[in-house]
Design a protein around this ligand. Structure first.
Ligand code: DX5
Ligand code: ZN
Length: 226
């Protein structure tokens, strides 16, 4: 059985925004994707960065951008992130009344399409949509802030998604976001996740590159095939 190699995506939400380019370069040798959290103070009660920052960062690194939109009206904004060169653009199901249409728009704009499920949203109603997506992001906290405690009960959604991926023979990355660290990443991998966002665990470490290597090794020991 082939085991998918785990993706580790450091979140720049935990980086020093005054030195963003340096912070990106710090993780570039080890990271698989760069996770960029866009928040609008409407969908979540926090405000971060938006399109101009993504556009400014795009030329300074080769890393694929994994853009996580925690915003209202993703249909209005998301395609511009694909146009700006994002590799994957993920929007929240709670904010979108036609997720499949937006997934098509994103793919047409050259990006992978990602669907995010927040803490209080069940996954069952959305399992049928997964064939239209490349990435499913299962929040393992309530979206909005870094540095929160990992909620292991949310891994049940990862297990359900994994079953749907297997039975549907889907090419789908199952990504977890929130509280991912040395002591939580293995259980997330065992549940079926194969992409791991880590903010505090990477940028809060003395050696962020070493932290990514350690997380990847721990994830690889937990990742289950196919
Ligand atoms: C929070 C963001 C996360 C955040 C994770 O809503 O989506 O990506 O950066 O931070 P940690 O890894 O610190 O939980
Ligand atoms: Zn995120």
């Amino acid at each position: 059985m082939t085991r998918p190699s785990p993706i580790v995506a450091p979140s720049i939400l935990a980086a020093d925004f005054a030195h963003l380019a340096d912070e990106v370069r710090l993780v570039e040798p080890e990271a698989d994707w760069l996770h960029i959290d866009v928040m609008d103070n409407h969908f979540v009660p926090n405000l971060t960065i938006g399109l101009p920052v993504v556009q400014s960062l795009r030329p300074i690194t080769q890393l694929p951008f994994d853009v996580h939109l925690m915003i209202d009206e993703p249909r209005r904004w998301a395609p511009a992130y694909a146009d700006a060169g994002a590799y994957n653009v993920t929007f929240h199901v709670e904010a979108c009344d036609n997720p499949v249409a937006l997934a098509k728009d994103l793919r047409a704009a050259g990006a992978k399409a990602g669907l995010a499920i927040d803490r209080d949203t069940p996954i069952e109603p959305y399992l049928d949509l997964l064939p239209s997506f490349d990435t499913l992001l299962v929040m393992t906290i309530k979206a909005g802030f870094g540095g929160q405690r990992f909620l292991p009960e949310l891994l049940e959604k990862v297990r359900q998604a994994r079953t749907a991926r297997e039975s549907g023979h889907l090419e789908l990355r199952i990504e977890v976001d929130g509280g991912i660290a040395d002591d939580t990443i293995e259980q997330a991998a065992q549940a079926g996740a194969d992409a791991f966002v880590a903010g505090t665990a990477v940028y809060g470490a003395d050696d962020p590159a070493a932290a990514i290597r350690r997380l990847r090794a721990l994830a690889a020991s937990g990742v289950v095939g196919p």
